[in-house]
Design a protein around this ligand. Structure first.
Ligand code: ADP
Length: 479
């Protein structure tokens, strides 16, 4: 933008000076006492004073105008400073405007630099926002709960897993103190401690169990302290990794090893004792010797069966047995199982009652594995039912609920209430029933694993000592 300021009054001032000067010169040239001598002097003086005052006023007006234009120019700084101020004389580089134009040129240059810096900053800010969004999206996909608190213990970030696990909404809890967001006191204390110990222990790993969704769950909690650019502690990042399942597996492995060694020791001890007695010649009559051999053989058989079962359980549990799901009729399964155990049923003269639906009602199952589960339940029913007892096997279809229930009920010895909750544990045998039949305590846990872990079903038992037991499991009915 170019601004012009008029300077015509300068010419008027020069003209007035010339006229005034001529008047005075002419008056001075007249003889003294001549009227013109005095009057011309006065007239010249008057013209000079008037011209001086007029020029002064014009000068002031012109400079006020100049300042006004300058003000306007400066006000337009936001839109960019361009051009320079010129007077309306031909001299573009007038001494009055030179410093202002110089200042405007510098300002213009600085404005350009500022504009460029501003653009760069905007791009960086957008880039940072996109990166933050990307990081948040990635953390959102992580199954571990991740949340961040600042140095005032206020929540500043949480991923979806943390919201779900700890039961809060990030939008409603942002910038709120963890006291008001988390319900578990130990968790709050651990975060506070991590913040206070801060950068001396920037990474801490603790194991903590708390009620998540009303069930105790164990978490490996990693607390990381983050330092700001000035080295001061700015945030605590908490990562909660669920180790409940790992802990259970660890515990059941330890239990398994302890139980296996205990269970294997019993027949081994008996084999060892009988063999030693035979070797030491403690029995001499052929009948007793035969008896000892029979016991050794029986115990060896038991040991063999036990090892076989342990291997089956561990192969199935470890996933070594391939699972192939297909439409299966539970009626067909029950028929096959009752055929398999027919010799034992007949030997004990047990009466079997069956209630089976047509074969077109099917469940999605692995035929061999589901046969194994039914076999374990049915052979237990035979084992723990006295001679001439009764077993009822029913397959019930509930189309409304979309489930097929397989029920195996017996009139056997039953299970005491205090043992009911543990019969599905590995190697657990009801002490009062142990004398009724030999066993390993692996039949029911395997049935439970097959039904619940492989087929997503549910298995349960109701029982009354001296009256009988009913084991049942449900599987989804295929549409
Ligand atoms: P086991 O090889 O000892 O039969 P299981 O795991 O099959 O092992 O069963 C665990 C325990 O549950 C058994 O030792 C037994 O005491 C009890 N049990 C299982 N089924 C029955 C039943 N039908 N009647 C009474 N007790 C049973």
């Amino acid at each position: 933008m170019t601004i012009s300021v008029r300077g015509k009054l300068e010419w008027l001032f020069v003209l007035a000076m010339l006229v005034g000067g001529t008047c005075i010169a002419w008056g001075v040239g007249r003889p003294e006492g001549d009227v013109l001598h005095r009057n011309m002097n006065y007239l010249g003086l008057l013209i000079l004073v008037t011209a001086a005052m007029g020029s002064l006023g014009a000068f002031r007006r012109s400079h006020r105008k100049l300042l006004l234009h300058l003000g306007e120019q400066l006000e337009s700084v936001q839109g960019g400073v361009e051009g320079h101020i010129v007077l309306d004389r031909s001299d573009e580089d007038a001494w009055e405007t030179r410093p202002v134009n110089h200042g405007l040129a510098i300002l213009g240059k600085q404005m350009d630099e500022f504009r460029l810096a501003n653009q760069a900053l905007t791009i960086h800010a957008r880039l940072a926002k996109t990166q933050q969004q990307q990081s948040e999206n990635i953390l959102g996909l992580v199954s571990d709960a991740v949340f961040v608190t600042n140095r005032f213990d206020e929540l500043i970030y949480a991923n979806q897993a943390a919201e779900h696990l700890l039961g809060f909404q990030l939008s409603a809890s942002l910038r709120r103190n963890i006291d008001q967001v988390l319900s578990d006191g130990v968790l709050i204390r651990l975060i506070r401690e991590a913040r206070t110990t801060g950068l001396n222990h920037p990474r801490q790993v603790v194991e903590h169990t708390f009620d998540a969704h009303h069930t105790p769950q164990t978490f490996r909690m990693t607390l990381n302290c983050i330092a700001g650019p000035n080295g001061a502690m700015t945030a605590v990042v908490a990562i909660l990794h669920d180790v409940t399942r790992e802990k259970e597996v660890e515990r059941s492995k330890t239990e398994f090893v302890a139980n296996v060694s205990h269970e294997l020791k019993t027949p081994l001890a008996s084999i060892k004792a009988y063999t030693e007695m035979l070797m030491d010649g403690e029995v001499s009559d052929p009948e007793s010797i035969q008896d000892f051999y029979r016991t050794i053989s029986g115990e060896t058989e038991r040991l063999h069966g036990m090892i076989d079962r342990i291997l089956t359980v561990s192969r199935i549990e470890s996933g070594a047995v391939p699972v192939s799901l297909e439409p299966v009729s539970m009626t067909a399964v029950v028929k096959q199982v009752t055929n398999l155990i027919a010799p034992q049923i007949q030997a004990k003269r047990i009466q079997v009652e069956e209630e089976l639906p047509p074969v077109y009602y099917q469940v999605e199952a692995d035929y061999d594995l589901i046969c194994q589960a039914v076999l374990n339940l049915a052979s237990n029913a035979v084992k723990y039912t006295p001679e001439e007892g009764m077993i009822r096997i029913a397959v019930l279809v509930d189309e409304k609920r979309g489930v097929v229930t397989t029920e195996i009920a017996d009139t056997g010895v039953g299970i005491p209430p205090e043992d009911l909750g543990r019969v599905f544990d590995k190697f657990y045998r009801v002490r009062t029933n142990s004398a009724v039949a030999p066993g390993t305590g692996l039949g029911l846990p395997l049935a439970k694993f097959i039904v619940e872990s492989i087929h997503n079903g549910t298995i349960s038992v109701i029982s009354e000592p001296g009256v009988g037991s009913t084991f049942s499991f449900e599987l989804p009915l295929m549409a």
